[in-house]
Design a protein. Structure first.
Length: 143
């Protein structure tokens, strides 16, 4: 009589694992590439793969798709000084006299709102100050 035990399953290995260093280098090189752009870059470098295979590969390697935008001007010393001064002075504001102006109808940018980085980390993108407010409006953030 034959054996009725199930045969072993699994142990399948993605072909992309042979190209892992190359793929992860592409992600590091430009983290905000879309899946299609990553696949095109892989094919240009003669690496095999499809969108779905690449998605599963990135998931296995803990690479997620998120991004936070910060004003590029934050790195300038004069802006950092003005920011610290503004934060100190906020305590003296009369909040009953504040006026908010809605400028959400204006958008002059083409900033990518998402990018790839290891799970648990946040990809930080730097954009010119005027473009950042429009991105938050487009993405639904209320800041």
């Amino acid at each position: 009589m034959g054996c009725v035990a199930p045969k072993p399953r699994g142990d399948s290995r993605s072909v992309l694992e042979d190209y892992a260093q190359r793929i992860l280098a592409l992600v590091d090189e430009q983290p905000d590439r879309t899946l299609d752009e990553l696949v095109a870059a892989m094919h240009k470098r003669r690496s095999p793969g499809s969108r779905s295979a690449l998605w599963r590969f990135l998931d296995r390697h803990g690479i997620t798709f998120k991004k936070s935008l910060r004003a590029a001007e934050q790195h300038r010393a004069d802006v950092a000084r003005a920011r610290r001064r503004w934060i100190r002075q906020q305590g003296f504001l009369d909040t009953t006299r504040l006026v908010f102006i809605d400028e959400t109808a204006t958008s002059i940018n083409m900033v990518r709102l998402s990018g790839r980085c290891p799970r648990g980390e946040r990809l930080i993108g730097h954009v010119p100050q005027g473009e950042m407010e429009d991105d938050h409006v487009r993405s639904g953030s209320a800041t």
